[in-house]
Design a binder for this molecule. Structure first.
Ligand SMILES: *[C@@H]1O[C@H](CO)[C@@H](O)[C@H](O)[C@H]1NC(C)=O
Ligand SMILES: *[C@@H]1O[C@H](CO)[C@@H](O)[C@H](O)[C@H]1NC(C)=O
Length: 612
């Protein structure tokens, strides 16, 4: 608790002072502050001590620094516990995801699957605490080894669950002593998945699945992804496949996918729309994903239609359909005609439909066709109730996937990319021994060549046009980025998805729909000041970052001086190791490391970096 004070004093007075010096030092600092607060600005220039190692180069910043030191001292001297370290949550919260309390939802009368919905109002007003890793938590193996082998203790799954899962990949998964292996004999992923992918490609008229990209299929939403192996295969073909599944208490598909370094997000559309704009995906895939598509007057299919791009595909795989093999009068088939989908092909248990290219189809007044929505408010669709009309038909983005050009020529866009490229170069060179000398996952001299990487799952909390993502790719890093576009800012998500990146809308005053310990690096540029303007709690946000960050993960916050100072103060409470780095563009960077040892009662330090 006293460490921050020592730290700052040592910056001013050199090496850490002995106890006898401490009182004197405190008095000096207090006197300095009194001087500062009671006098005009010029008096400060005469104070002649040098601060070499800190960042406060000019007077204004020095003053703000002194003010925040003053606050710290005041809180200490008044016995106020503002700076007390936040305690650890109980072991029952090791896999805690706020907003998804199933038992509370059931008590409130939500049923028929709605108990798995997001209800953030129930998660508010809880005590601050730090979600800790399971006892035997181990640093995941680095990419790409970690895609095929994960540590059993890191995820919540039982052997029985594993073997009884309905996933088509279950047969090939082996549970070893403390690892789950997704290997197959040929070394990569399952033969079954490769064959399946090939089959889907053939069914939409391609000779092989390497042609998906040419056919305009670049991003895929995989609903109920099993353990992510189909997505892993698509990623290897340079498609972006995002796994989405409802919250699950154990054996979560989303948790497993993220643990493997595959893009995934918690989500469902039982009663509310997904946090994506209309016309977002080229393909929506469901293999035994548990959704009863013919229920609720086809509302689930309407939601899939909304997020599909014109000409996009809906792929349904499951034994429940095959009993009605070829029958064109099943409820689903009947409904797909109402939303202008064309039945493309069926092979065994796999069915494919294609969304129309023709926006007029919905408005032509055809008998039985679902009409377009009157108002196009769904661009900011953020957990709005499901609608029973067709969205996106008036959009400028109504461009068939087979026709779109891959180029995006926008000036702002370019600027975002250029500045991100610079920033990334900075981050990478600063995440080096200079900052955290004993960090087991820092890039630097030993930064391995692609495809190996220590950082795999990255979140850009305020992604703008996805510039950071583009910069990562350009730098040859084998990462994927969850590009988050905050609500109440300009919705640039369509432009991000257009580049084949993963992305989602999110209100950062609420918890993010993911499991604990799922990201290696979290980046936020300019988010803190926005959040403060909106009146949301910075502390809650940083605790949420702590929850979703893997032990030894990185946070890079870039913002104005005030919010960064606040964040640094909270960082010490969260037991983060934080360093401020000055940038001369008015923004300051705060580099944070979520330490493993601090969080896990220094018991388990067996850190495995990788097999390269
Ligand atoms: C979920 O809700 C129940 C009942 O309201 C409550 O007892 C429990 O503590 C909640 N769980 C979490 C993890 O918040
Ligand atoms: C898509 O391309 C085809 C052939 O190049 C063209 O006939 C059609 O008008 C285009 N559709 C749209 C909506 O641009």
């Amino acid at each position: 608790m006293r460490r921050p004070i020592f730290h700052k004093l040592s910056l001013i007075f050199g090496p850490r002072p002995p106890w006898t010096w401490l009182l004197l030092c405190l008095f000096s600092v207090l006197a300095l502050i009194v001087l500062l607060r009671s006098s005009t600005s010029t008096s400060f220039d005469s104070v002649t001590f040098s601060i070499k190692s800190d960042i406060y180069i000019n007077y204004r910043r020095l003053k703000e620094q002194a003010a925040s030191d003053y606050l710290e001292l005041k809180s200490l001297s008044s016995g106020n516990n503002i700076l007390k370290e936040i305690s650890l949550c109980g072991r029952e919260r090791e896999h805690y995801v706020p907003c998804y309390n199933v038992s509370a939802n059931l008590q409130l009368g939500f049923t028929d699957g709605e108990e798995f919905d997001r209800h953030c109002e129930l998660s508010q007003h809880q005590d601050y605490c730090l979600v800790r890793p399971p006892r035997d938590y181990k640093t995941p193996l680095s990419w790409p080894v970690g895609r095929d082998v994960i540590w059993n203790a890191n995820v919540k799954i039982t052997k029985d669950q594993f073997l009884s899962s309905g996933s088509m990949t279950k047969r090939l998964m082996l549970l070893e002593e403390n690892q789950i292996s997704f290997h197959s004999d040929d070394g990569l992923i399952f033969d079954g998945v490769k064959e399946y992918s090939h089959q889907v490609a053939e069914m939409i008229g391609l000779t092989s699945d390497v042609e998906f990209l040419q056919a305009g299929v670049r991003n895929v939403l995989d609903i109920g992804c099993g353990f992510g192996s189909f997505g892993a295969h698509l990623l290897s073909l340079k498609l972006m496949a995002v796994c989405m599944a409802a919250y699950e208490l154990t054996g979560s598909q989303v948790q497993l996918s993220l643990e493997r370094g595959l893009p995934a997000i918690i989500g469902n559309f039982i009663s509310r729309k997904l946090p994506f704009p209309s016309l977002s995906y080229d393909m929506v895939h469901c293999a035994q994903c548990g959704i009863l598509w013919d229920k609720k007057d086809g509302m689930f299919l309407i939601e899939v239609d909304r997020i599909l791009k014109p000409g996009g595909y809906f792929v349904l795989h499951g034994s429940s359909l095959s009993t009605k093999k070829g029958s064109m009068d099943s409820p689903i088939e009947e409904f797909t005609q109402k939303i202008c989908w064309t039945f493309t092909a069926q092979q065994e248990e796999t069915f494919i439909w294609q969304k129309t290219n023709d926006a007029q189809c919905y408005s032509s007044g055809k008998q039985g066709v679902i009409p377009p929505c009157k108002e196009e408010h769904d661009i900011q669709s953020y957990y709005q109730p499901l609608s029973s009309c067709i969205g996106g038909t008036e959009s400028k983005r109504w461009i068939p996937i087979q026709n779109r050009s891959s180029k995006v020529e926008q000036y702002e866009f370019y600027e975002d990319f250029e500045s991100s490229r610079l920033a990334l170069r900075n981050y990478w060179s600063l995440l080096t021994p200079l900052i955290f000398s004993d960090h087991p996952k820092r890039p630097g001299d030993e930064d391995p060549l692609p495809p190996y990487n220590m950082i795999r799952n990255v979140m850009d909390m305020n992604a703008l046009y996805g510039g950071l993502n583009a910069a990562f790719l350009e730098a040859g890093k084998s990462v994927w980025v969850m590009n988050v576009v905050p609500t109440r800012t300009r919705n640039t998500l369509p432009l991000i998805l257009h580049q084949g990146f993963a992305g989602i809308l999110h209100d950062w005053c609420e918890p993010f729909p993911t499991y604990p310990r799922t990201y290696d690096m979290v980046h936020a540029n300019g988010l803190l000041s926005n959040l403060i303007l909106e009146g949301c709690s910075l502390k809650t946000l940083l605790l949420e970052i702590d929850r979703i960050l893997r032990p030894e993960g990185w946070v890079v916050l870039s913002d104005k001086v005030g919010p960064i100072e606040d964040a640094r103060m909270i960082a010490t409470q969260i037991r983060w190791e934080a360093r401020v780095i000055d940038l001369e563009n008015g923004f300051i960077n705060l580099y944070i490391r979520r330490k493993h040892a601090c969080i896990d009662d220094a018991r388990n330090l067996s850190i495995v970096i990788g097999l390269y």
